[in-house]
Design a protein around this ligand. Structure first.
Ligand SMILES: Cc1cc2nc3c(=O)[nH]c(=O)nc-3n(C[C@H](O)[C@H](O)[C@H](O)COP(=O)(O)OP(=O)(O)OC[C@H]3O[C@@H](n4cnc5c(N)ncnc54)[C@H](O)[C@@H]3O)c2cc1C
Length: 408
C-alpha cells in the first residue's frame, strides 16, 4: 500500500530539514525527501559556508530544538563594521543601540547539518528518506502524489500538502509551473576560513568593492569566515591561485583590522544569481526557502528569510491541526494566508539585498558618490543606522510566534 502523510517536504537542505523539525513534534505526519546524503562532499546545503543567523533566527532554532546543540559552536556577533573599499566613511553598528548585547550568531553550515541529522533521527511522526530524489508530482483535489527514486528503485507516496524546499533550481517550482524572475549578478562568492593574527572579539566586517562585497565573519577559535565576491570571469583564477597569493590579495582588500591573515582553509565557490518566484502557492502545494527566493549573500539574509518562512508555515499548520479530525494542511485558505503573511518580508528582503548588491557593484561616478553619501549618513545619523541594524537583524512585518520566542 502507498504510504500517506499530512505533509511531504521535498529537499532536506537547511530550510526543508528545519521545517521537518518544526512539524513532526506537532503530531503532523511528515515525510522529508532529500536527494543527497548529508555527509556527501557534494551535499549542496551543509558545506563549508559560515551562516550569520539573526537574533530572531536563533529564537526560531531554539523553538525547533536545534539551538541547544548549535550554540556551543556558534560565535556571537557583537559589532558590525561596514565600509567601502578605499573610500571615506565607515558605519559601526552596535547592538546596544537596539537594547541587545549581540546581533546574532555565526554557525558553520556543516555544523548545522550534524545538529539537524541528530535531531531528525529522534523525531516521531517523521519519515526521513535520503537519498531519495523526487522525479514527478501529481496534484489532485484532495491529495498530492509524489514519485521518487531511492535505493529500492522508483516509489511513490501521497500527502495532503506538498512543500518544495528544493533550492534555487527547484524541480518542484518548475513542475508546478510557477514562473520566476532570474538575474545573474556576474559575481561568484569565493569562501574559506582564515585565521588572523588578532582575535576578532565578535566583530563582523563588510567591505564593498567594485566586484561585490568582501566580508569577514567572526568564527570559533579565533577563526573568521571570509566571503569574497569576485567577478565570475576571474573566479577560476581565484580558486586556482596558490594559498599565499590568495591571502596576500585578501589582506590587501581587508587591510590590517585584525593584523595579518596567518592561514586559510579550503576554498569553495558559488556563482551568484537572484531567483524570485512570482507566486509561492498552488493547490495543495507551496514553495519556500531558496526555491521561492534565492538572493545575493550580501547582508546574510537568505537562510534567515527561509527560517521565517518555516516559522510562519509551522504556526499556520499548528493552528489548522487544532481543529482535530477536520484539519487539512493543504486547505486553500491556509496556503493563501501563508502567502499574504510572507509577502511583505519577501518583497522587502529581496529588494534590500538586491539593491545593496547592485548599487555597490555599479562603477558609475554618480553611484559612487551616492554610496559614499549613504555610508556617511549611516555613520552620523543614529536613526538611519538603527534602521540598517533592524534590517540586518531581519525584523520585518508581522512576527511569528517562534520568532518572538514563544511556543507553537
Ligand atoms: C556564499 C554564501 C553565503 C551565505 N551566507 C548566508 C548567511 O550568512 N546567512 C544566511 O541567512 N544565508 C546565507 N546564505 C544563503 C543560504 O545558504 C541559503 O539561503 C540556504 O542554503 C537555502 O536553503 P534551502 O534549504 O532553501 O536550499 P538548499 O540549501 O539549496 O537546499 C535544497 C536541498 O534540496 C535538495 N533537492 C534538490 N532537488 C531535489 C529533488 N528533486 N529531490 C529531493 N531533494 C532535492 C538538495 O539536494 C538540497 O539539499 C549564503 C549563501 C551563499 C551562497
Amino acid at each position: 500500500m502507498t504510504a500517506s502523510y499530512d505533509v511531504v517536504i521535498v529537499g532536506g537542505g537547511l530550510v526543508g530539514a528545519s521545517l521537518a523539525c518544526a512539524l513532526a513534534p506537532l503530531g503532523i505526519r511528515t515525510a522529508l525527501l532529500e536527494a543527497v546524503p548529508f555527509k556527501a562532499e557534494s551535499q549542496p546545503s551543509y558545506d563549508d559556508r559560515t551562516l550569520a543567523l539573526s537574533a530572531s533566527s536563533c529564537r526560531i532554532l531554539s523553538g525547533l530544538g536545534l539551538w541547544e546543540s548549535l550554540k556551543e559552536n556558534a560565535t556571537a556577533i557583537r559589532e558590525i563594521q561596514v565600509r567601502e573599499y578605499r573610500r571615506p566613511g565607515r558605519v559601526i553598528m552596535d547592538p546596544e543601540e537596539l537594547g541587545l548585547d549581540r546581533f546574532g550568531h555565526v554557525v558553520e553550515a556543516r555544523v548545522f547539518g550534524a545538529a539537524i541529522v541528530a535531531r531528525l533521527s529522534r523525531l516521531e511522526n517523521l519519515d526521513f528518506m535520503c537519498p531519495a530524489k523526487v522525479t514527478a508530482v501529481h496534484t489532485a483535489e484532495d491529495q498530492v502524489r509524489v514519485e521518487f527514486q531511492d535505493g529500492d528503485g522508483q516509489r511513490e507516496i501521497h500527502a495532503r500538502l506538498l512543500v518544495g524546499a528544493d533550492g534555487a533550481q527547484s524541480f518542484i517550482r518548475e513542475t508546478l509551473g510557477i514562473v520566476s524572475e532570474k538575474y545573474d549578478y556576474g559575481q561568484t562568492a569565493v569562501i574559506c576560513n582564515v585565521t588572523p593574527e588578532q582575535h576578532h572579539h565578535g566583530r563582523a566586517f563588510e567591505c564593498f568593492t567594485r566586484t561585490g562585497p568582501f566580508a569577514v565573519m567572526p568564527h570559533v577559535n579565533g577563526r573568521c569566515g571570509l566571503i569574497w565576491c569576485v567577478s565570475s570571469d576571474s573566479a577560476s583564477e581565484m580558486m586556482g591561485m596558490p594559498d599565499a597569493q590568495f591571502l596576500r590579495q585578501a589582506q590587501e582588500r581587508f587591510g590590517n583590522h585584525l593584523g595579518r591573515f596567518l592561514k586559510m582553509g579550503r576554498r569553495s565557490s558559488y556563482p551568484l544569481r537572484l531567483v524570485r518566484a512570482l507566486e509561492d502557492v498552488r493547490p495543495r502545494a507551496l514553495i519556500l526557502g531558496n526555491a521561492a527566493h534565492a538572493i545575493h549573500p550580501v547582508g546574510a539574509q537568505g537562510f534567515n528569510l527561509g527560517l521565517r518562512d518555516v516559522a510562519v508555515l509551522a504556526e499556520l499548520l499548528a493552528e489548522e491541526f487544532r481543529k482535530g479530525e477536520s484539519a487539512d494542511p493543504g486547505r486553500t485558505s491556509v496556503l493563501e494566508e501563508y502567502s499574504r503573511w510572507r509577502k511583505r518580508d519577501h518583497d522587502g528582503t529581496v529588494a534590500y539585498s538586491d539593491g545593496l548588491a547592485r548599487i555597490y557593484s555599479n562603477p558609475a561616478p554618480l553611484a559612487r558618490a551616492a554610496r559614499t553619501a549613504g555610508l556617511l549618513a549611516h555613520a552620523f545619523i543614529p536613526s538611519i543606522r538603527r534602521q540598517l541594524a533592524i534590517r540586518a537583524m531581519g525584523y520585518r512585518g508581522r512576527i511569528s510566534r517562534l520568532a518572538a520566542g514563544e511556543t507553537l
